[in-house]
Design a protein around this ligand. Sequence first.
Ligand code: BG6
Length: 288
Amino acid sequence: MAVITTGVHGNGLEYIEVHSKLCDARIFLQGAQLERFIPRGQAPLLWVSTADDYLPGNGIRGGIPVCWPWFGQHDTHGWPQHGFARNRRWQHIGSEVQDEVVTLKFLLPITDEDRIYWPHDTRLELHCRLSQTLRVSLINVNLDHHPVTLTQALHSYFPIGDIHQLIASGFSSAHYIEFAKGPYAQTTDDVHFDRETDRVYNALAGQQRLHTPNGTIVVRREHSSSAVLWNPWIEKSRRLSRFNDDDYLRMVCLEAANVREDAITLAPGARHELVTEISWLAPGEQPR
Ligand code: BG6
């Protein structure tokens, strides 16, 4: 029988834990940030830095931070990178259990303080469906009388064992911007890592794979033709907060996104659901 409990981290952050026949998971109310997802009998599917302090006010360096309502730097000087949703307290608005599959639902209340960033009447929910696979949906509904435009990402951090052995596949036919240059055409299906990588892909297929020494992680996206592929490498690792200098060896981010020309504009009343679905490659599935 699936068990859903609540708890408070020693440094004050509240969380919900799920233990079922299918997985173990932990999600913090701050940022509605999934921080742990371990399919039963398998290795963890999300990476978190041991340098994170879990202090209120910061996003957690790992798991799946939610970037919303903009991705990256805003044009307005001083506005927070990746928006404000990742370090606000979300409300837990529901839990459902069916055949050991647990779905948790969260809502981001827009406070008066945040109206400066987002003066629109919209509803933002995050749903996590926890089985042997993790499915995360970020749902926007425009309740306003005018169209609204936003960019967003589910900024997933993956445990890849050894960056030097990692091959990320599924990138052929896409193009990308990197370090504000491009677009570059992606000429190979595979990506190898031997330097800082910070690519925003567009027109990308809906599935990529991370081939690690410990198995293959399958990452699917829905309603997202853009994705971000990021590893900070040596120099940037030293500058990142809540990140060990050598953490770049053990993680990569592959983010389901709607950014750049894939920004979404919602007409009044319209709804958009960005989805990422993550699992270990099942025995018998095609490795490529
Ligand atoms: C990635 C960006 O998505 O997030 C990188 O492409 C950025 O440029 C990284 O460094 C981490 O951002 P932050 O704000 O969590 O340190």
